[in-house]
Design a protein around this ligand. Structure first.
Ligand code: ADP
Ligand code: ZN
Length: 211
């Protein structure tokens, strides 16, 4: 399936994408993961993205479209893809639409996870990420077996730079200003499916309904 995941940071887009990926072989494409890997590797792309990411601001549309134009044409996208964290602005959504037309592809839907703000803040401040494999933990709800170490790979688990209280406030503001308008955009495209939860079963039911 070809899906866009919409929703504020901390809504659970990544978790849903990983679960769907196992179902039908679609790949999760997270622009945040791609950018973080580039920063960690110290590539030119990473250098260009780093400052904006730390502050919780968006990197430029040009940079993102450069990444996605290549990524969507890779072999593993044949089975379908789950776009997690992209598009993030109206210009990105328009550029994606043009790109898909060029490639002759159609999206199944844009799935909006509509989660209350207090739930989001609580989730984000307690979230921890493995620096090695990207696995996500939560100090309250899903702690690792050994404190500070990843269950999967033994890597170090840390709080992301952009998950301090200040950066989170900023990310939510950026979401409301720049990304929330995509809900209307995809409603007008006839692609919007909204669920008030990130609970996997409910999300799956909504998607199956749609497909
Ligand atoms: P979140 O947990 O906020 O959904 P992501 O992991 O998707 O965060 O992204 C982390 C950071 O990477 C964002 O705060 C932003 O700086 C940058 N980023 C990721 N995707 C995009 C995009 N599509 N457009 C612009 N910036 C992006
Ligand atoms: Zn790990």
């Amino acid at each position: 399936m070809k899906l866009i995941l919409l929703g504020p940071p901390g809504a659970g887009k990544g978790t849903i994408a990983k679960a769907l990926m196992e179902l039908d072989g679609s790949v999760q494409i997270s622009t945040g993961d791609i950018l973080r890997a580039a920063v960690a590797a110290g590539t030119e792309l990473g250098k260009q993205a780093e400052a904006a990411m730390k502050a919780g601001d968006l990197v430029t549309d040009e940079l993102i479209m450069g990444i996605m134009e290549q990524r969507l044409q890779q072999e593993d996208c044949q089975q379908g893809y789950l776009l997690d964290g992209f598009p993030r602005t109206i210009p990105q959504a328009q550029a994606l639409k043009a790109l898909l037309e060029k490639l002759g592809e159609k999206l199944n839907c844009a799935l909006e996870l509509d989660i209350p703000r207090d739930v989001i803040i609580d989730r984000l401040t307690t979230r921890r990420t493995c620096t090695n494999c990207g696995a996500i933990y939560n100090v309250k709800f899903k702690p690792p077996k050994v404190e500070g170490l990843c269950d999967n790979c033994g890597g170090e688990i840390v709080q992301r730079d952009d998950e301090t209280e200040e950066a989170i406030e900023n990310r939510l503001e950026v979401y409301n200003e720049q990304t929330a308008p995509l809900v209307e955009f995809y409603r007008n495209e006839g692609l919007l499916v909204t669920v008030p939860t990130s609970e996997l079963e409910a999300v799956m039911a909504a998607i199956e309904d749609r497909l």
